[in-house]
Design a protein around this ligand. Structure first.
Ligand code: G
Ligand code: G
Ligand code: NA
Ligand code: MN
Length: 257
């Protein structure tokens, strides 16, 4: 069978999972939130990477079903952590939204429905959008971003600096967080130009009143340097890889002060 057929079946049989990668407050060392990342362990083929199945989901339209599932699952998981911990965890969960969802689904209604069924308030959710969500239909993107803000959700620009959109959208759209793409963070180790780009993004975010997250932090040196440069939060294998839900809750507890 094709990957598409298998993916459709896996979605129908609820065989995908979400893993949760911690985002660390680089000042306090506490967990600020978790990014939900889809995982597919195929019964015969083993682990299939999202870099393989997300494009298939986008081309086939299955991303709408996958995206709704991920939104509900991530919200339900955070609500379950609250319940298990006996308190409202001071963390958010970040969910990736494909440009196809922004173009073709009513993502604000999907978010609203996930909030309603989980009982979470909107401020517990971060939606990670890419620049490609904006370029095709900026007017639609503006309506979608505004609708997400009216639900009090946080809007993060994922993979910032790698897309094809202009800086003008930073002025026009309600963006709360810039996620500095992993390629710039990794580049900081070897390439002074990457350091310059990261500094410039941090300064731009600061001037526009936005927060920042650095992706792909793999060493203590990078964590320290980014903290010194004023980056608010970071994620990467130095802190933790994407974790199963129970492991993620334990990780939060272990970093609590
Ligand atoms: O988990 P990993 O880092 O391998 O993810 C690879 C890519 O797949 C990343 O670009 C990530 O944003 C994307 N991805 C993972 N889970 C989801 C999801 O639930 N929805 C969307 N749209 N993309 C996802
Ligand atoms: O496109 P997006 O930023 O959503 O992609 C997240 C992807 O990055 C996931 O596949 C995740 O597993 C991966 N990732 C997270 N931290 C690191 C890291 O420190 N190094 C590398 N190489 N990949 C990472
Ligand atoms: Na992401
Ligand atoms: Mn990213």
């Amino acid at each position: 069978f094709s990957i598409e057929t298998e993916l459709r079946r896996a979605l129908d049989k609820d065989q995908l999972k979400l893993f949760y990668q911690p985002l660390i407050n680089l000042k306090s060392g506490e967990v600020a939130g978790f990014e939900a990342l889809a995982r597919w362990n195929h019964e015969d083929r083993g682990e299939i990477s999202p870099t393989e199945f997300i494009p298939v989901a986008e081309e086939s339209g299955l991303i709408l079903q996958l995206g709704r599932w991920a939104m509900h699952k991530a919200a339900d998981t955070l609500a379950a952590w609250d319940k298990e911990a006996g308190e409202r965890l001071p963390v958010y969960v970040g969910v990736n939204l494909s440009a196809i969802q922004v173009a073709r689904d009513d993502v604000a209604s999907v978010v609203q429905s996930a909030l309603k069924s989980s009982g979470l308030t909107g401020d517990r959710l971060t939606l990670e959008l890419t620049e490609s969500s904006i370029v095709q239909d900026p007017a639609r993107a503006t309506r979608v971003f505004d609708a997400l803000k009216s639900l009090e959700a946080t809007v993060a620009m994922d993979d910032f600096g790698t897309g094809y959109s202009s800086l003008a959208y930073l002025q026009r759209l309600p963006i709360d967080v810039l996620k500095i793409d992993r390629s710039f963070v990794t580049g900081m180790m070897v390439d002074p130009d990457s350091v310059a780009i990261v500094r410039a993004v941090l300064s731009l975010a600061d001037a526009l009143g936005m927060s920042t997250t650095a992706e792909g932090i793999e060493t203590v040196e990078l964590a320290t340097t980014l903290a010194t440069l004023g980056c608010a939060s970071g994620q990467g294998f130095y802190f933790a890889k994407p974790l199963e839900p129970a492991e993620a809750l334990d990780y939060w507890k272990s970093r609590r002060r």
